[in-house]
Design a protein around this ligand. Structure first.
Ligand code: CP
Length: 319
């Protein structure tokens, strides 16, 4: 193989601290409109495979790859021969001979994405799977850095389902010294224990705090309140009364006032009147739509890192 090796981003744990800081820093550079003339991915071909609906992530990676000079092949949920029984391993062996990057959203797990990541000729990017939404967390970190100038020491209250956005947020924030992440998740809809354990390991190293409870009592003072919609893409609820269980976990002006949070974040899409009131989502504290735009800036940083384009100014070539 010639040319730079590609790098997979399937979990935040695939990034060491230097990688993580580089991607967030590069995302900030993109928010500032720097490097708009550079096309480090020219001559590369990116596959965009979305088995599930997406507005922000699909568009941010597609537009990002195009802006960086790549060409795209897009696959919808019914396009590949996997639908007729071809294995992911065989699919990956074929695609990796032709593509440089494959951006995948699936309702399956991390193992499915790892099956695509067969070699270093084609980078695989997790655009959301059942367990983790790592590129969302990178956009979250970019937005927090843009707003506060730092991540270290920030206090964040996450309210809502312990879904893939929450697990990625826990893995991300726990990497930064003295951050505090308070998760308030509905009973039986908390974070997967494996992610709490992994975040706890990070926190032990960094001095961060990650704490989960299943009620909305005694909310802590925080800088940021974060929520996601109750109906996570690609999932179904396992209890019929889930709306009653989730009802107390709505973010409204009372939650913002009790915590003293200056910033509200939502990964979108939102359902006003469910997980958040319109007053908060559309209010002056909300950076939800700034975060959505930052997904595009952050996606370009991720693409550069995965393509191996961050170590040099020259365009990368297909190996
Ligand atoms: N936040 C997010 O992942 O949005 P999409 O589902 O629209 O990509």
């Amino acid at each position: 193989m010639t040319g730079p090796a590609r790098r997979h981003l399937i979990s935040l744990d695939d990034l060491d601290d230097a990688d993580l800081h580089w991607i967030v820093g590069r995302g900030i550079e993109h928010t500032l409109g720097r490097r708009t003339d550079e096309r480090p991915l020219r001559d590369l071909v990116a596959g965009i495979l979305f088995r599930k609906t997406s507005t922000r992530t699909r568009t941010s990676f597609s537009a990002g790859a195009l802006r960086l000079g790549a060409r795209l092949i897009t696959y919808g949920p019914g396009d590949l021969q996997e639908n007729t029984g071809e294995t992911i391993e065989d699919t990956a062996a074929v695609l990796s001979g032709m593509l440089d990057v494959l951006v995948v959203r699936t309702a399956g797990g991390e193992a499915e994405l790892r099956a695509y990541a067969v070699n270093r000729r084609m980078a695989v990017i997790n655009a959301m799977c059942a367990e983790e939404h790592p590129t969302q967390a990178l956009a979250d970190l970019t937005t927090l850095t843009q707003r506060f100038g730092r991540i270290d020491g920030l206090r964040v209250l996450y309210v809502g389902e312990g879904n893939n956005t929450a697990s990625a947020l826990a893995l991300a924030l726990s990497r930064y010294p003295d951050t505090e992440l308070y998760l308030r998740t509905p009973p039986d809809y908390g974070l997967d224990q494996r992610f709490l354990d992994r975040a706890a390991l990070n926190a032990k190293r960094s001095g961060a705090l990650v704490e989960e409870r299943h009620d909305m009592d005694d909310l802590p003072p925080v800088d940021v309140v974060y929520t996601t919609r109750w109906q996570t893409t690609g999932t179904v609820k396992h209890t019929e009364d889930w709306r009653e269980v989730f009802a107390p976990f709505q973010v409204d002006t009372a939650v913002m006032a009790e915590t003293g949070a200056k910033v509200f974040l939502h990964d979108l899409p939102a359902h006003r009147g469910e997980e958040v009131t319109a007053e908060v989502l559309d209010g002056p504290s909300s950076l939800a739509f700034q975060l959505a735009e930052n997904k595009y800036h952050s996606a370009r940083a991720v693409l550069e890192w995965c393509a191996g384009a961050e170590t040099r100014g020259d365009p990368v070539s297909h190996g």
